[in-house]
Design a protein around this ligand. Structure first.
Ligand SMILES: NC(=O)c1ccc[n+]([C@@H]2O[C@H](COP(=O)([O-])OP(=O)(O)OC[C@H]3O[C@@H](n4cnc5c(N)ncnc54)[C@H](OP(=O)(O)O)[C@@H]3O)[C@@H](O)[C@H]2O)c1
Length: 306
């Protein structure tokens, strides 16, 4: 793949890879299509990719079967296990591949009773949601606001926050209200540029924390109380104000966090987390999946099958 629109996605042959020491190799059967993949594709990340030779292979979420275990692996994984992993893409090392070698601590068992397609929707967005909540550092009983709540990230934030004992106020379009409520939000307000004032109608002093999945940045800072916490997903750090703590969630920081991903696996098995699939495409139709994701409005993840 070179950079450009969805049509630059094409099938390519890459050399066979093997599990090195401390690694496992997966036969990938499903890879989720995430917004970040469109940025890897369209050149927004060209600066970071410039030292890597093409073809670039996007993809941060894989589900498949282990077919090789390297020396010194201590996570208990065996050939034949059904697993999931977050992939941090680099050159042709991305989740949109039939075969990939990963550090063993990035690979955990797939949630029991799920298909590869369902399972691949968990790792990257689940870990991102977990990291956002860890950065916000709220305690049970405190109030969290979530924007972009109908999205893959937003949905997991709501569900993990409820499991952590938080009260959740979340945004939704009229069409998504029932969905967002079903994910566990205690209060649902209409999404939009004035969502901060709608949140303040319910919490006049502001909320304790806000996870900004809709990337509304400074427009939603007013929803946070003095001394509260705000976490962004695309690097936004607000101007210092009212004692608000700003953090930038960056899920690559949770690469190889075996226990955290395995906990998400357990929470999916327990029904705390809902794995939402919008549609599936054969890998050869990845460009179609990217076009559809970029059009907006998908609810649940689009998944490529290999
Ligand atoms: N930093 C990290 O490590 C990291 C990791 C994962 C994700 N992310 C980022 O997190 C964001 C969410 O990811 P996702 O996978 O959940 O995306 P998604 O599934 O597309 O969800 C985003 C949601 O936000 C809604 N939205 C978009 N613009 C909005 C606005 N102005 N006001 C209210 N709602 C709006 C979307 O609605 P429509 O579909 O109707 O537009 C959609 O429901 C993306 O920007 C992604 O790149 C960052």
């Amino acid at each position: 793949m070179v950079h450009g629109g969805p049509d630059v996605l094409e099938l390519v042959d890459v050399p066979e890879t093997h599990a090195g020491p401390g690694e496992v190799r997966l036969r990938v059967f499903a890879a989720a299509v995430n917004p970040t993949d469109t940025m890897a594709r369209n050149g927004s990340r060209a600066e970071q990719q410039k030292l890597d030779p093409p073809p670039y292979v996007p993809g941060m979420d894989a589900a498949g079967i282990v077919d090789e275990v390297g020396e010194g692996v201590t996570t208990g994984v065996k050939v034949g296990d059904r697993v999931i992993a977050m992939v941090c893409p680099n050159a042709n090392h991305g989740a949109y591949r039939e075969q990939i070698a990963l550090k063993a601590r990035a690979v955990v068992p797939a949630p029991a009773g799920t298909t590869h397609v369902e399972a691949c929707t968990l790792p990257m967005n689940g870990l991102t949601a977990r990291q956002s909540l860890d950065l916000l550092g709220l305690s049970a009983g405190q109030v969290l606001a979530v924007t972009g709540a109908a999205g893959a990230y937003g949905g997991y934030v709501i569900q993990l926050a409820k499991a952590d004992g938080l009260t959740v106020i979340a945004d939704a379009s009229e069409a998504d209200e029932a969905l967002v409520a079903s994910l566990g939000a205690d209060i649902v307000v209409r999404r939009g540029d004035d969502v901060a004032s709608r949140i303040r109608e319910h919490f006049p002093d502001g909320v304790d924390g806000l996870a900004d999945g809709a990337v509304q940045s400074e427009r939603v800072v007013p929803a946070v109380r003095d001394g509260g916490a705000f976490t962004a997903v695309r690097g936004f750090i607000g101007e210092p104000q009212r004692g608000v703590t700003f953090t930038a969630t960056s899920v690559r920081g949770y690469d190889g966090e075996f226990e955290k991903l395995d906990r998400l696996r357990q929470q999916a098995e327990a029904g705390v987390l809902t794995l939402r699939v919008a549609d599936t495409y054969p890998a050869a139709q990845a460009s179609e999946a990217h076009r559809r994701l970029e059009a907006g409005g998908t609810r649940g993840r689009l998944v490529l099958e290999f």
